[in-house]
Write a protein that binds this ligand. Structure first.
Ligand SMILES: Cc1ncc(C[n+]2csc(CCOP(=O)(O)OP(=O)(O)O)c2C)c(N)n1
Length: 245
């Protein structure tokens, strides 16, 4: 029989623990495909977050570290400086990267660390039960904003890609979405571009992937994709925010 589908070689056989409709698994696959296509499987080092992707090290057949919540860019900095010829990337949620880890990501970008951050923005703290994140939209209901995020006392969601793109050390910053197949294909290209930027020694790179959390959004997987498209993209416009030639 003809093979029409197979797992990327760099994804292990361990079954994913993610909820139905969660997009973490899609991003794992894209990363594994890009690393394989670039022939970097033996030289790739990933740094896992704390959050729903805390077990990512069980799924990738590459070297992986586990970092404390938000500290992945600091760990990746060390790994890359010791192994400058390796591909080093962090994998971080929005609670991890845009809240407790804001200092680490800002300064890694400002220093122009030659690492790549894969930033999963699902507008919520997934693992801990759906609390409001810095990226939660105004009006969005979460377990800690049951009447919807109120900007008068919770402030406004942070646009990390735009903010980081202002920093001199940032070489490639793009925001993509995972709500349908054409956009997933674009997301893969963005990850490749970010990894190529790193391997060319140009500086810090980041891909922000607008993602779903059907469980904590209280939606079906299909409704969640639509919600992402209708609500997240208008506030978080897609596109390349920084590209150093
Ligand atoms: C120092 C510290 N503070 C808080 C926590 C609790 N905590 C674990 S995961 C998490 C948020 C995860 O959200 P996010 O980074 O958006 O990832 P997701 O689970 O949505 O993929 C928090 C606050 C922790 N583990 N360590």
């Amino acid at each position: 029989m003809a093979v029409v589908f197979k797992k990327p070689a760099l994804i292990r056989d361990a079954p994913f623990h993610y909820c139905p409709g969660c997009t973490h698994g899609i991003v794992h696959r894209l990363i594994a495909e890009v690393i394989e296509e670039m022939g970097l499987g033996e030289r790739a080092i990933g740094v896992c977050p704390v959050g729903c992707a805390v077990f990512a090290y069980k799924y990738f057949d590459i070297d992986m570290y586990e970092a404390a919540h938000g500290r992945a860019p600091a760990v990746a900095t060390g790994a890359k400086r010791v192994h400058p010829n390796n591909l080093v990337f962090t994998y971080q949620g929005d609670g991890d990267l845009a809240s407790i880890g804001t200092a680490e990501i800002v300064h890694a970008a400002a220093r122009g660390e030659k690492i790549t951050a894969i930033f999963i923005n699902n507008a919520i703290y997934g693992m801990t039960g759906g609390q409001m994140a810095p990226t939660t939209l105004v009006g969005q209901k979460t377990t800690t904003s049951p009447y919807g995020r109120d900007a008068s006392h919770c402030g406004y969601p942070v646009r990390m890609s735009e903010m980081l793109a202002t920093l001199e050390g940032a070489a490639y910053i793009e925001r993509v979405s995972l709500h349908d197949v054409p956009h997933i294909n674009k997301a893969k290209k963005a990850i490749r571009k970010a990894f190529e930027t790193q391997m060319a020694g140009k500086g810090f790179s980041l891909v922000e992937l607008l993602s779903t959390c059907p469980t904590n959004w209280g939606l079906s997987p299909v409704e969640a994709l639509q919600w992402l498209k209708d609500n997240m993209i208008p506030y978080y416009p897609l596109g390349v925010y920084k590209e150093v030639q």
